[in-house]
Design a protein around this ligand. Structure first.
Ligand SMILES: NC(=O)c1ccc[n+]([C@@H]2O[C@H](COP(=O)([O-])OP(=O)(O)OC[C@H]3O[C@@H](n4cnc5c(N)ncnc54)[C@H](O)[C@@H]3O)[C@@H](O)[C@H]2O)c1
Ligand SMILES: [Zn+2]
Length: 366
């Protein structure tokens, strides 16, 4: 076990084929860990124009001791998670002389992680990627599990690949510079992990909320580690989402549709917060969940300062239409991952996906 400068122990969680290192002030060790997990001739560090200026230079400088290293940037934000950015960055890597012996290092939030992961998945038919998530959402969710991709006009994450990282490296100290709305948005995925897998964790996240919002390091380390354990445990059992991994989509079918309908003015975590409340109501309406569950989830999300109602700027019918474009929709019917109570998901016998009539979805959206 490494000891970080903040005297908090550094943990390594086994995510199957790779480890997730979680600590405070451990980023000075990242270059050594990257060179150990995915040694290469060339390291291509991809970040965005907000994270890059804060954290890329020291990482690039220390990677240079291990091999050729170049730095690449995209513009920050969901609206740049596109094929155009993918195309520009792959061209940049080619121009920089990257070959098959390249390791991509994704340094940023979930947008950079998904985009740089997709660059790695496709460059020279696939080179290793190391995920170094810098937002809370990316630390507790997006960096683990190997989903990479871009958005298209038809919806989110519709073009992509499964490309698990060779390692995930997390230094929670970088959250000090993360803007508050993004910190809160990340908490939505922690609440999700509690709802889908662990009622005790749901209660723990609720009780830690003030400390988490205030940026308390031990509280953040605890939540990042438990969320990574839950997510990697689920992914390990079903890497390509043919079954149980679908439970991670709780809140995301309506959430992605609202995120898209808001033209990405809502943050991913904010849209997922609304999506979880509405999908929990759906579960109550169709009788798979006990009454009161949606209210309990709503209460915790409200306390985290997250939105819980569909924004008036979006139109219910448009949101409904967008749920049909979601990748979870099969053969024209929209399927949902729904909880039966906090900590347990319904529908194991139905492959964890429950079809819900559009009319009911429209009712909860209205
Ligand atoms: N692959 C998956 O399994 C998975 C899971 C969940 C979410 N996602 C994706 O993740 C994305 C959302 O991720 P996000 O919420 O991290 O958004 P993001 O990547 O846009 O990051 C949020 C903002 O914070 C900035 N930022 C990040 N870290 C910072 C830091 N330490 N200091 C200062 N600024 C910082 C970024 O530049 C950006 O402006 C969505 O595209 C979503 O689809 C993917
Ligand atoms: Zn999500």
């Amino acid at each position: 076990m490494l000891t970080s400068a903040a005297h908090e122990p550094t943990r390594v969680i086994d995510a199957g084929d790779y480890g997730v290192t979680i600590g405070a002030a451990v980023r000075h060790e990242f270059a050594t860990l990257i060179a150990g997990a995915a040694p290469a001739h060339h390291y291509a560090v991809i970040s965005d124009d907000e994270v890059g200026p804060l954290y890329a230079d020291p990482l690039v400088a220390s990677l240079l001791r291990h091999g050729r290293t170049t730095q690449h940037r995209m513009r920050a934000g969901e609206s740049h998670k596109t094929r155009e950015t993918w195309s520009r960055l792959t061209d940049e890597l080619l121009d920089a002389g990257c070959g098959r012996d390249t390791t991509v290092v994704a340094l940023g939030g979930g947008v950079v992680g998904d985009l740089a992961g997709f660059v790695a998945a496709t460059f020279m038919r696939g080179v290793p990627v190391i995920q170094c998530p810098t937002s809370l959402l990316a630390m507790i969710d997006a960096s683990v599990g190997g989903k990479t991709g871009v958005d298209t006009a038809a919806g989110k994450n519709l073009v992509g690949a499964f490309h698990p990282p060779s390692a995930v490296l997390i230094d929670v100290d970088v959250l000090r510079t993360l803007p508050d709305p993004h910190r809160r948005a990340g908490l939505a995925e922690a609440v999700k992990h509690g709802v889908i897998a662990d009622a005790g964790y749901f209660a723990r996240v609720a009780s830690l909320l003030p400390a988490l919002v205030a940026g308390d390091t031990p509280a953040i380390l605890e939540v990042v580690a438990r969320s990574v354990e839950i997510k990697s445990g689920i992914v390990k059992s079903d890497a390509r989402e043919s079954g149980r991994r679908k439970i991670l989509n709780f809140g995301h079918t309506i959430g992605h549709a609202i995120e898209q309908a808001s033209e990405y003015t809502l943050l991913h975590g904010e849209a997922v917060a609304i999506g979880m409340v509405l999908e929990a109501r759906l579960a109550e309406r169709i009788g798979v969940a006990e009454r009161g569950m949606a209210g309990e989830i709503e209460g915790v999300l409200l306390e985290a300062g997250l939105p819980v109602v569909r924004p008036t700027s979006t139109d219910a019918a448009t949101v409904l239409g967008a749920t049909r474009h979601d990748k979870k929709s099969r053969s024209g019917a929209v399927s949902y991952a729904l909880p039966s109570c906090i900590g347990t998901m319904a529908g194991a016998e139905r492959g964890w996906s429950i079809e819900v009539a559009d009319s009911l979805v429209l009712e909860v959206l209205a």
